[in-house]
Design a protein around this ligand. Structure first.
Ligand code: PEP
Ligand code: CO
Length: 469
């Protein structure tokens, strides 16, 4: 076992493996999740995408990496959240503004409760590609079974079940890029224009909890928090956030699953006066649970980029495999580079997370541990609706905090699928969404998301739990 220490020298951040190029992943022999049938069109789309300006800058990416490095040592907390999958058709003002608002409000609850700065990372401006368990889907069409490619998200193909829609279309990458740019442009304008001005009373008003069907004890806690949050502006200043007068400059970062490597590759470049290759589609790309094979194309691509990178870590991950994965993605043990997003499922945390925490700690690997309490807790109702139960999500959060306490390691962030809208996709929470309510406003075409109130409640409950630990 080696005893690696954090990398001391910021000048040597370029850890591009010898001979690595943004296209190296294409040589990987493993089956790709999907293929483009028309290679000429693919080349044309990639060439176009490679000419377009970047969506984010290297300076922003480095700032996020520094903030992740602080979260690793318990001096910051990372809040990551947004839709399971963004849809091109839903790129419009209200959902974007509402997502910013809920993330901002959750972050205030956390800043207040944890007494430390919070970095906000949206699952937005590029979360258009979805991993699938099976590359194909079979349905009955006019009495005959018909097999077509699965829907891989709007960056790859379209959801309608017909051959034309389901055939991967490379120009959707250009469309995805454009919609990501429109989304980011609106986010940046909102933030510049004072949307996140923390003097906005609505950010501090959590009185809607009074109407919720929560226990008396919990309601008293919410009321107490509402009162103290109202006095909370000084926390922001004391905790090193920008001065409140400058709060229109509150930062948000972007993230998405880097599933479609053609898309990521086309925007991966060297930047003047910096070393290494930056993936400029987003600040924080991550590798999903289904695509993290050590010899797979995703690990091959991600090991060459300078961005901080996330990896989902589910219950099948073994300690040896995790160390190999860490060493592939962050061989120089650079702080702020690697984010492990544990997504075990509520009932599996106690058995599966501790051996991973212990091993990473014993071997001196520098990582940020986060928790995604969503993806291990999917369930289907008796009438066949995909949902998640609020109490399972909470259980996973609590069990993860306990596991970190026991291992004496740091939980530095949380990853939610959420929306700022009043959807009815997850069961439970203070407003008591029941199975019968699910059909009222179930909008997601992928995984069920927490609604506005459920999100805020979980921010509060996680913060209380962390406060006790
Ligand atoms: C996701 O984050 O949308 C996802 C599919 O997660 P996972 O890879 O953890 O299943
Ligand atoms: Co999802």
């Amino acid at each position: 076992m080696s005893d690696r220490k954090p990398h001391p020298d910021k000048q040597t951040l370029d850890s591009t493996p010898v001979g690595w190029k943004p296209s190296s992943w294409t040589r990987c022999q493993m089956d790709k999740p999907f293929t483009y049938p028309d290679l000429k069109e693919l080349e044309a789309a990639r060439t176009r995408l490679a000419q377009l300006p970047p969506l984010v800058t290297s300076g922003e990416i480095e700032k996020l990496r520094d903030e992740i490095a602080l979260a690793q040592i318990g001096k910051r907390f990372i809040l990551q959240g947004g839709d399971c999958a963004e849809m091109l058709a839903e790129c419009s003002s209200a959902p974007i503004a509402n997502k910013l608002k809920i993330l901002l409000q959750m972050s205030l609850v956390m800043i207040h409760g944890l007494r430390m700065p919070v970095t906000r990372v949206g699952r937005f401006a590029g979360q258009y590609a979805k991993p699938r368990s099976s590359p194909t889907e079979t349905k009955d069409v006019e009495g005959q079974p018909c097999t077509l490619p699965s829907y891989f998200g709007d960056l790859v193909n379209q959801i309608d079940f017909n051959e034309q829609s389901r055939t991967p279309d490379p120009f959707l990458m250009v469309e995805g890029y454009k919609h990501a740019a429109l989304t980011l442009n609106f986010i940046r304008s909102l933030l510049e224009g004072g949307f996140a001005d923390l003097h906005h009373p609505e950010y501090w008003d959590l009185s809607f909890f009074n109407n919720a069907s929560v226990s008396d004890q919990r309601r008293a806690q919410y009321e107490q928090m509402s009162r103290t949050l109202a006095d909370g502006l000084s926390f922001m200043e004391n905790l090193g956030e920008q001065r409140v007068e400058d709060s229109s400059r509150v930062d948000f970062y972007t993230s998405h699953e880097g599933l479609n490597l053609f898309y990521e590759q086309a925007q991966t470049r060297q930047v003047p006066r910096r070393q290494g290759y930056y993936d400029l589609t987003t600040h924080l790309p991550w590798i999903g649970e289904r695509n993290r094979q050590l010899d797979g194309p995703h690990i091959e691509f991600f090991k060459g980029i300078v961005n901080p990178v996330g990896v989902k870590v589910g219950p099948t991950m073994q300690p040896d495999e995790l160390i190999e994965l860490i060493d592939a993605l962050n061989p120089s043990n650079i702080p702020g580079k690697l984010v492990l997003i544990a997504r075990m499922g509520a009932g599996k945390v106690a058995d599966h997370l501790p051996p991973l925490l212990d091993r990473v700690k014993t071997e001196g690997r520098t990582v940020l541990w986060m928790v995604d309490p969503m993806h291990g807790n999917g369930t289907t109702t008796s009438s066949g609706i995909k949902t998640r139960i609020f109490d399972d999500i909470l259980k996973e959060l609590e069990a993860t905090v306990d596991a970190h306490d026991e291992a004496d390691t740091i939980l530095g962030g949380v990853h939610f699928e959420l929306t700022g809208e009043d959807v009815t996709e997850c069961l439970g929470g203070g407003s008591g969404i029941t199975e019968a309510d699910l059909s009222k406003n179930y909008v997601s075409l992928c995984d069920p998301r927490l609604n506005y109130q459920q999100s805020l409640e979980l921010a509060f409950l996680l913060t209380s739990k962390l406060g006790q630990s």
